[in-house]
Design a protein around this ligand. Sequence first.
Ligand SMILES: [Fe+2]
Length: 242
Amino acid sequence: MTELPLLTDFHSHILPGIDDGARKSEDSIAALKKAAVCGIRQVVFTPHFYPHRQNPKEFLSRREASYRRLFEKTDGFRALPAVYRGAEVLAFAGLDRMEGFRSLLIEGTDILLLELPFSAAEHTEELFETIERILNRHRLTVLLAHPHRYEEKSILRALTLGARLQLNAEDAASFFQRRRTEAFLATGAVAALGSDMHRDLRVYDRWTKAAKHLRGRMAPLALPSLPQTETTEKEEEERKEP
Ligand SMILES: [Fe+2]
């Protein structure tokens, strides 16, 4: 049986011109085509959301503009994997109290893709209390991005609270990361695979190996089927005009 979550790229910086990922639509299209060749059927666009740089409203409007450009260039993502709008949200204490916080979830889901601050010194008690509220009070699914980057202590804390893990294909396929990957799999919390594609298409070369390694060993998350939309009804009407 096909395991759809392994055919879903939960973490990518493919949307053009919005963060340190793809620069132009052509780069984005090349990435989506390569993903399709690797058997990927769904791609979640997760540009970085940095709370110190913008608010959710500004972020969403920039993301929508980028998405629309790509939608137009691909004729509605025709013959490409199904795509979803999301964000890779940098965790901070009080994130759940920020206006518009829920608009950062992966569209059509209750999933929040969260990255921890780079410095372990910022993995504070307040930060974990925030994660706990997101899980227990808001009842959302926290998907912790690329756990290979963080100290074991922080991962364990997040897992104890109920977070789930998204592995990057490069890490999951890496011989050198094998011990940690096995430890993550043993927790039963690995729920998603991602390319974390920025500009180097070669990240998809590791996808098949990573997916093979994870098959049957995840507690996978699935995405709902969504229509690929971008335009408002008014725009649709205008488009029909000769
Ligand atoms: Fe990322």
